[in-house]
Design a protein around this ligand. Structure first.
Ligand code: ATP
Ligand code: MG
Length: 509
């Protein structure tokens, strides 16, 4: 007997000015299954989830639940139908507590007043039962992005949603949070929920998903009823429409003299003195778990955090503590991890966002910006990193999540007198095909003599791209490995705090 799938998308179409985001796309999701949704940045995944969540009305086609067409006219309709979509860009009220967020609109009242004690006890009990470590009284603004994501997921569970969609839920989760999430997803599957799971990490797709659909340029290009026997290469090939071959594309390079020297640096977040050097042409990968202190160390190196002790120099010239301008003048550039929060100017164009820091290099007679140079820089990166946009004048906020990342990353890559580049999680949220291009840009910079520091929590990426690997744990540099000596086991063993076990998170991109 064939029963109707729990959830079906039928012939969905959605257009935006200059973009056909979805074109006649359909797939269905069974109850009690996790359905992977894959595709390059800008393929249309999030747009589909916004349609499911009632935020966009499709131009064509329909969504059906248990065989019945539903027409959501807003997010409230979707919630009422038992649908919970956890969006890639989280929406939350920073001033509210975890408890208030979880119970929004249904706080228990006594004599007309919210009974906080009862609400707190209820939330605490539910969080405990789910094995989620969150303080119900903490304000959302005090939480890490990963913790906020957890709040969203728990909210969906508390609403008893029967259809759940997770749009790149792990991109900011720590090791432990990812494990908790995986456990929750598996429990929900066992309870018969229908789930959609979006991720650029194929190891997660293989670990969690029963079936999968692949989008490319707003169309469906493949459906897999099962992932049993399906190879990673097949998925990648279908996603990008070409063979990527060796995703790392690493070639050995000559290394010159020391460019970046860090001696005994400490800061509030880095209590023990840290020292390392990077040569011209060298790519040094910093591996550690989320929270190992890698970003904090780099912030102190660059001058974004106050340095309490130690010396930093570029080509022998000292970078004074807390003088970011010194760092920039000496050609030391830091591309932060949270590019969305720190870097994007939403209403500006893609071109302006790419050119924003490179701008000072384009001063003509020291007076005005050369439009033609800017246009060329923007177009170069739009093409190289395959930034999916109708043109360079598009407002950056209208791009898909991964394409915004690429645009902001190009800003740093386009910097002219770069000597030292520190990139923090450069490929987070970026699709397999474009990762490959980002590595190629890093190699090119290194070949030009730039000293590159790459922070990454993806061990295969660190091993695949770096000439040398430095492992950090709990705010300290704990080990260094030459490329030939670095193996997954050795680097993990060094970087994991005692007792922690490796998990699926650390396998291939
Ligand atoms: N509101 C909008 N206005 C204009 N274009 C939009 C809008 N929303 C999405 N798009 C475009 O639609 C296309 C699909 O975007 P979508 O966000 O669905 O991609 P995605 O598959 O989720 O990508 P990513 O992996 O980067 O998150 C992109 O080209 C994007 O720029
Ligand atoms: Mg998306």
């Amino acid at each position: 007997m064939h029963s109707a799938p729990r959830l079906a998308f039928r012939h969905i179409g959605k257009r935006f000015p200059g973009v056909r985001a979805l074109d006649d796309v359909g797939f269905s999701v069974r109850a009690g299954s996790v359905h992977g949704l894959l595709g390059e940045n800008g393929a249309g995944k999030s747009t589909m989830m916004k349609i499911l969540g009632g935020e966009y009305v499709p131009d064509d086609g329909e969504v059906a639940i248990d065989g019945q067409a539903v027409a959501f006219r807003g997010a409230a309709d979707a919630i009422a139908a038992g649908v919970a979509v956890i969006h890639q860009e989280l929406q939350y009220v920073p001033e509210l507590s975890v408890m208030e967020n979880l119970l929004l609109g249904r706080l228990p009242t006594r004599l007309g007043l919210v009974d906080r004690r009862r609400a707190l006890a209820f939330v605490r009990e539910r969080l405990d039962a789910l094995g989620v470590d969150l303080d119900p009284r903490a304000k959302l603004k005090q939480l890490s992005i990963g913790q906020r994501q957890m709040v969203e997921i728990v909210k969906a569970i508390l609403r008893d949603a029967t259809i759940l969609a997770l749009d790149e839920p792990t991109s900011s989760l720590s090791h432990r949070e990812t494990e908790v999430l995986f456990r929750l997803v598996r429990d929900l599957r066992a309870q018969g929920k229908a789930m959609i799971y979006i991720s650029h990490r194929l190891d997660e797709i293989f670990a969690l998903c029963d079936a999968a659909t692949i989008f490319r340029d707003g169309r469906k290009v493949a459906d897999f009823d099962t992932l049993q026997g399906v190879s990673r290469e097949t998925l990648v090939q279908r996603m990008v429409g070409r063979d990527i071959g060796d995703i790392w594309g690493y070639r050995p390079r000559e290394h010159g003299p020391v460019r970046l020297s860090v001696q005994g640096v400490t800061s509030r977040a880095v209590p023990l003195p840290a020292s390392f050097q990077v040569r011209a042409g060298e790519i040094v990968g910093f591996f550690g778990l989320v929270g190992a202190g890698r970003s904090e160390l780099m912030r102190a190196v660059y001058g974004a955090d106050r340095r309490l002790s130690g010396e930093v120099s570029v080509d022998g010239k000292a970078v004074r503590p807390t003088h970011i301008r010194d760092a920039i003048r000496l050609g030391l550039v830091f591309c932060p991890e949270d590019r969305k929060e720190e870097g994007i100017i939403g209403v500006r164009s893609v071109s302006e966002n790419i050119n924003i820091s490179a701008r000072r290099n384009h001063l003509v007679a020291g007076l005005f910006v050369n439009d033609r140079v800017e246009a060329r820089t923007a177009d170069t990166y739009i093409e190289r990193l395959r930034i999916r946009t109708p043109n360079r004048r598009q407002e950056i906020r209208l791009l898909s999540g991964g394409n915004q990342q690429k645009a902001v990353l190009s800003r740093w890559l386009a910097e002219n007198d770069l000597r030292v580049l520190i990139v923090d999680e450069p490929t987070r949220g970026i699709d397999v095909g474009a990762k490959n291009e980002i590595y190629a840009v890093l190699y090119e910079l290194a070949a030009r003599g730039v000293a590159v520091v790459m922070i990454s929590s993806e061990l295969p990426e660190v091993l695949g791209v770096s000439d040398r690997v430095i492992a950090m744990s709990r705010g300290r540099i704990v080990a260094q490995f030459a490329r030939g000596e670095a193996s997954e086991e050795r680097v993990l063993a060094a970087a994991l705090p005692e007792g922690a076990a490796p998990s699926a998170r650390q396998v291939t991109p």
